[in-house]
Design a protein around this ligand. Structure first.
Ligand SMILES: [Zn+2]
Ligand SMILES: [Zn+2]
Length: 297
């Protein structure tokens, strides 16, 4: 299952010409998931040549404006475009109340909406699951992991050699069951292999905490906020954010493979190299993506 991430918005509290408010779009199999929905997200979809009509779920990390001000406009556009699926919105405690409040102001959104307040593992499908973990940001906040499960695959060359026809027998072998074919016993484990799953973790606004390391454990990709530099320690206490070095520490401690730093402040836009250097002291494979950058894996 190919997985693609598009960074729709990588900015912080104030959007700039270069960086939009937060939005991360994850496409994997039939799932099209938006993580946070900052102001300006609709135009970012357009620029990235993505169709928001394909959205299946929205995950909200927390209800600060820079992560959620795009929701009303997006839902109204989906209604105008006759979005016919059921859009599922997930977030921390208080999410239902926020959506209701928007409906009080703007009228009911004319699409099928389901809203969930989540903690722990809250989606468990055949091919993937999604879990959340509480962060520390002064208001209810979640980090999320999207986990593609390990999959048993059959070795095509061996199937061909044994001349096993395309039949329910293959399904049995894939499900780990041994079969008998033309009088010969064939063991599932002899002709199958495990394709390892993948994990993507998204950790946005938070103070450093152990839950962040836990939820990121063994990720292929960690997307993490880096609002401050290490020499701005006083500010992280006041605003409850991470430094780039702390983001790198999460990636390192969780034994993850790649780190992408987002939520880049306008104050650092001219010295992004410093952010990168702050993180790279601890974790080498660190990148600061630009808006509309895509990664595939
Ligand atoms: Zn933020
Ligand atoms: Zn915030």
């Amino acid at each position: 299952m190919e997985t693609k991430i598009t960074f729709l918005g990588t900015g912080s509290a104030t959007p700039t010409a270069k960086r939009n408010h937060t939005g991360i779009y994850l496409q994997s199999g039939k799932e099209n998931i938006l993580i946070d929905c900052g102001e300006g997200i609709q135009r970012q979809f357009r620029k990235a040549k993505l169709n928001p009509g394909k959205l299946t779920r929205i995950l909200i990390t927390h209800w600060h404006g820079d992560h959620t001000l795009g929701i009303v406009g997006l839902l109204e556009t989906l209604a105008m475009a006759e979005y016919s699926k059921t859009l599922k919105i997930y977030g921390p405690k208080g999410t239902k109340e926020k959506i209701k409040l928007f409906e009080t102001i703007y009228g009911n959104f004319k699409i099928n909406l389901e809203v969930y307040e989540v903690s722990g593992k809250f989606i468990d499908e055949k091919e993937f699951f999604i879990e959340s973990s509480k962060m520390v940001h002064g208001i209810p906040s979640n980090a999320y992991s999207f986990v593609i499960k390990d999959k048993v695959r059959l070795n095509k060359a061996k199937i061909k050699k044994l001349k096993i026809p395309n039949s329910p027998l293959l399904g049995k072998l894939q499900n780990g069951k041994d079969i008998t074919y033309l009088g010969k016993k064939i063991k599932s484990k002899d002709i199958s292999y495990v394709q390892k799953g993948k994990k993507i973790s998204v950790i946005l606004d938070t103070l450093m905490n152990e839950n962040a390391v836990k939820i990121a454990k063994d990720s292929e990709v960690v997307i993490c906020e880096a609002s401050f530099l290490s020499d701005e320690k006083e500010k992280i206490k006041e605003y409850k954010h991470l430094t780039a070095k702390q983001a790198a520490t999460i990636a390192k401690k969780s034994k993850s493979k790649k780190l992408y730093l987002v939520h880049i402040s306008q104050r650092h836009e001219k010295n992004e190299k410093e952010i990168l250097a702050d993180a790279k002291q601890v974790f080498k494979d660190t990148t600061i993506p630009n808006d509309l950058d895509k990664i595939k894996f």
